[in-house]
Design a protein around this ligand. Structure first.
Ligand SMILES: Cc1ncc(COP(=O)(O)OP(=O)(O)O)c(N)n1
Ligand SMILES: Cc1ncsc1CCOP(=O)(O)O
Length: 451
């Protein structure tokens, strides 16, 4: 007999499909998965869509939308649901009637017009949405323009948003209304919630990035967390953090509005673990190889960065805390592998990744003529930079020398270097850096040098 009290929670999206995979049920399912919730779907419309426009829409008959909801609710069970693009009045009415038979939490994203300017809900359906679906909603999630339409008010400030949120909740019977701050001016993006007679603000820095599908993913994140049993306010807090990360890490695909990245929430911690484990293992192996003569006076570091687009600054690069030093006759890592533990080498690998994103690992070694000759002899691609050629404006900028040097050496080589060196300067030790796709790849190149 199957356990009928499964540990996994379920969330249902009743929304349109986006063939570009950025919004609609595609965004919702990715978001549900990112929060470890099993996603269920009732498709309302199929859109032929990309990052530039919506080319065609095929609406699903209302009775088929209802059958999809019933099919999953009656067999699998629904812990929370959301609605997105509902397209026309008949679908809205059928969905509202069906949802009245169930008591799971419901998030209504009143999607009206796409970012590309295409109508996703007919004008005549807006009244039906407000009269028949809003009273069933735990939360309604309009953006500024949708809130203006629903409240008949002009929204410019947070105070306007507060008044509008309260008016929409009181006039429609929705339990909560959150007006998203993406289109409201201000340094931060502030969402205003009105819920059970109280206001609350959710604040995050206004970030640059990819915004197609943000409304869908935000409401799906709230739904997933309601399904997991979080309070509405906790669910919104997490969703806000999640959507900010998704915008900054969005994949720059297509020629128009690039899609938000719901998977960053899951992929960054997973990649962090892989990077950490691989580097820890490689540092142990490096200690065993014990290349005492190759440790510079300032010590060595060994780094491994998260993949793009997640490697943005030194916090996203793992290295050895306190560096790797000569200790008597052996090579020893001073501290543990940690993210943010490297400064110089992290800057070097991040710049390298701007040219060759697959090269995510590096190790610095004591420079010698013999080392460079050996590298060339074993077939490694070698390049260099000369700190005396550094332009004054680069010299004047704190931390700019290494990125400039790496770029100079890559351009000089005209192909992907394996080793970059410089001959030092006043008070600066000459240095060689081996680059590779992984720490193991770096060690492979090192072992060619040690042969
Ligand atoms: C099928 C489908 N559903 C919803 C949308 C809206 O997405 P978008 O235009 O990116 O706007 P936001 O609601 O995310 O702000 C869509 N385009 N397609
Ligand atoms: C001084 C120096 N210059 C290039 S690598 C290096 C040593 C490692 O520095 P960090 O520990 O900051 O990566």
């Amino acid at each position: 007999m199957r356990d009928l009290r499964p540990y996994v929670k379920t969330a249902l999206t009743i929304a349109g499909s986006d063939s570009g995979g950025g919004a609609g049920v595609e965004a919702d399912l990715k978001t549900f998965s990112a929060f470890g919730v099993h996603g269920l779907v009732a498709v309302t419309a199929v859109t032929a869509q990309n990052t530039n426009s919506i080319i065609a829409v095929h609406e699903v008959p209302p009775e088929v939308v209802v059958k999809q909801i019933e099919a999953v609710a009656e067999d699998i069970g629904v812990d929370a649901a959301k609605t997105g693009m509902l397209s026309n009045a008949e679908i809205v009415r059928a969905v509202a009637r069906t949802l009245k038979r169930y008591d799971f939490p419901l998030v209504v994203d009143p999607v009206m017009v796409s970012k590309t300017g295409v109508t996703l809900l007919t004008e005549g359906a807006i009244g039906v949405l407000v009269d028949e679906l809003f009273p069933r909603a735990t939360l309604v999630t309009p953006n500024r323009f949708e809130a203006e339409k629903l409240s008949g008010m002009t929204i410019r400030t947070l105070e306007d948003a507060r008044r509008a949120a309260r008016a929409i909740a009181e006039e429609t019977g929705a339990e909560g209304v959150i007006i998203k701050g993406g289109h409201i001016e201000g340094g931060d993006a502030v969402d205003v919630l009105y819920y059970q007679g109280h206001f609350r603000e959710y604040r995050a820095p206004r970030v640059e990035g990819c915004t197609h599908g943000t409304g869908c993913s935000f409401s799906a994140a709230i739904t997933a967390n309601l399904a997991k049993g979080l309070s509405l306010e906790e669910a919104i807090s997490l969703a806000k953090e999640f959507i900010t990360l998704g915008i900054v890490t969005g994949h720059r695909i297509g020629h128009g509005h690039c899609p938000v990245n719901p998977i960053a929430w899951l992929e960054i911690p997973a990649e962090k673990w892989r990077v950490y484990e691989a580097l820890k293992k490689a540092v142990r192996e490096f200690e065993r190889m014990n290349p005492v003569a190759l440790i510079p006076e300032v010590g060595a570091n060994f780094v491994y960065a998260l993949p793009k687009p997640y490697a943005r600054d030194k916090k996203d690069v793992a290295g050895v805390k306190g560096r790797i030093v000569r200790y008597g006759r052996s090579v020893k890592a001073v501290g543990p592998v940690e993210f943010g533990a490297s400064d110089h080498l992290a800057r070097a690998v991040l710049r390298f990744m701007d040219f060759h994103p697959e090269v995510r690992s590096a190790l610095n070694l004591r420079y010698s003529e013999g080392l460079v000759e050996k590298a060339e002899k074993v077939g490694l691609v070698v390049s260099f930079y000369d700190r005396r050629e550094e332009p004054p404006e680069v010299k004047a900028r704190e931390g700019a020398t290494i990125p400039w040097g790496i770029e100079t050496a890559i351009r000089r080589a005209g192909r992907r270097p394996d080793l970059i060196y410089h001959l030092g300067d006043w008070g600066k030790e000459p240095m060689a850096i081996i680059f590779g796709e992984t720490p193991q790849d770096v060690l492979r190149k090192l072992s060619l040098l040690l042969k």
